[in-house]
Ligand binder design. Sequence first.
Ligand code: PLP
Length: 317
Amino acid sequence: MPLPFTLLIDPLPADSDADSDNTVHESSVQSRSGSVPEQDSAFERTFHEIESSAPALRVAELSTQRGDGIFETLSVVDGHPQEVEAHISRLRNSAAICDLPVPNAAQWRAAIAYAVKRLPQQGELALKFVLSRGVEHGPAPTAWLHATVAPDYRSVRENGVRVVTLDRGYPRGVAERAPWLLMGAKTLSYAINMAAIREAKRRGAEDALFLTTDGYVMEGPTSSVIVRLDGRYITPAPSGAILHGTTQQSIFEHLQNRGERAEYRDLTVDELRRADAAWLVSSVRLAVAVTALDGEAFPADHAVAREWNAFLLGRTA
Ligand SMILES: Cc1ncc(COP(=O)(O)O)c(C=O)c1O
């Protein structure tokens, strides 16, 4: 199947079980002429493969009109989709924060499996899946999945990134005080995140790290941050104001398995400045060392980035 690969999905309610849902189940039996339907195949009736360049969304779609929707991007390495459960679970959490219908985990699992079976089994791919509030005044949410070849990140993984700290404009604790800001949800409204990367470039860097107005480290515009300080690996607690990164969770499990100390806690910008090393980590770019902070050289540990990336690329789930 040539890339990009695009699948439109009719999102099912969270409690709809394909095995007990007659509509889905019977149709699947007919299309498979006598074969015993598996749960995955039962969902297939809700998937519609389309040409990636074909028109697919209505003009009144709220994802495009208001950025009103949520998404996830996972990596597929040599045919292995990475951290599927963690991504689906974060999608469900984002849906809860945004008052969107809770995604049907089994259907999303099946959609990812359906796509992966049809994708190239070699190389690194980015698989994005989206749930939007749908068409204005429309009856149902809209959902789709889109897979592309991942950018070639080998050089940045090897050489790291220069980073600037940027004020996110909110104090610590904002998520509890103002939940309508949807801080912990991975919403489609990434215009601010993209603007932060442009600002970083204007300041001679490649990436950014958001800070609260009271000086706590948050996350990058498209990544989590891990810092090594006093022999411990630290990441800011996912208090609701930042995303709980699936890559960071994977790396923490890896570190703990190797007997290293890895912890969640509030981290001030002063602590960041005196850290031994720091890395930005995310699903598709993976781990990159921070080589400069706000125009000053920063102690980069590329060897650790290399070791983490070998581990991340070797995962089979
Ligand atoms: C704002 C933000 N924080 C953190 C992350 C890292 O999350 P993950 O490791 O699950 O890709 C991302 C990923 O895109 C992100 O956009």
